[in-house]
Design a protein around this ligand. Sequence first.
Ligand code: ATP
Ligand code: MG
Length: 335
Amino acid sequence: MSFPCTTRFRRLVAGRSILDDIIEIRNLVKVFSSKKSNVVALNEINLKIKKGTIFSFLGPNGAGKTTTVRLLSCLLKPTAGEAYVFGKNVLDDPVGIRSRIGVLTENHGMYERMTVKENLDFFSSFYGIDKVAIASRISELLSAFNLTDRADDKVGTLSKGLKQRAALIKTLVHDPELVFLDEPTAGLDPKASVEFRDYIQLLGKQYHKTIFMCTHNLVEAQKLSDLVAIIDKGSIKKIGPPAELEKQLFEAVTFKVVSARPMSGDIALSIADNEGVKASLAGPNELTVFLSKPEEEIMPRIVRKLVHLGVPVVEVARQSHSLEDIYLKLMGGEV
Ligand SMILES: Nc1ncnc2c1ncn2[C@@H]1O[C@H](COP(=O)(O)OP(=O)(O)OP(=O)(O)O)[C@@H](O)[C@H]1O
Ligand SMILES: [Mg+2]
């Protein structure tokens, strides 16, 4: 079947591809120049993020994560390359873009001597939205993020976790479509981090926001993200859904096979073959199987063979590599 190839059609297709990608970065370069030195913070990075994605940006200190957020939120100008947010070039429409994004930075920027509610009223007044609509939105957000009972308390009296929750509400008062979270759980205790992670999930899954999160917390990134990019020294080293990165980086796939009865050592030898299958006993009832090829067709064959050899298989579980394993492998560390 042939497609109509009119100019209008091409424009429609091009327009749609940009709109599908809420963020598109092409060969973006940022150099911070001073008399003393030139720091290349971003070195030709490319990135596309679709609407509704929870994206995590991972990388060591100084990798270029915050610089990317500042470029996308129109606080910095690129040295070279292009960045589009909502299909618009960041240089062409900074005011329009800013009205549709929310940015939670490491510094929450709220007034400690004002109450949570007073802060939210104050910051929301900048957006020129109808007062009644804003009031109902603030009360809805306070309730969704379980902060209604602290709304009249001064921000200075809140714990760090609650302050961060209030700051998240401040980021959302104008109902942005795209939310940037720069290390949102840094400095929070483990309980507060887990609670905050649940709120990020709520934001993505229930409020359908697109989320661009910079984090050093690999467990958090793995739990929340649809898409992950790992950046180092201004260059993106890998990008993809966590499970796909695992496939790209780790050739061997590992399975745990549990038997109802202890197995003999010969079992491991009898299922190893020249198709890249290796096995070893991990315990009397547990066999570890390593496959160097995609597992779809091989694993059922191995299980059939084990059953044929009299092994009562009660469990087969794929052992996945964590995002931490992936990150360490990319950064040249031990896994
Ligand atoms: N305003 C600036 N002037 C000069 N250099 C800067 C400026 N902002 C950032 N840099 C440099 O750019 C590089 C990238 O910094 P950036 O803050 O983007 O890293 P990051 O990945 O967010 O790190 P972290 O995990 O520590 O927050 C670093 O070398 C940093 O020192
Ligand atoms: Mg940073």
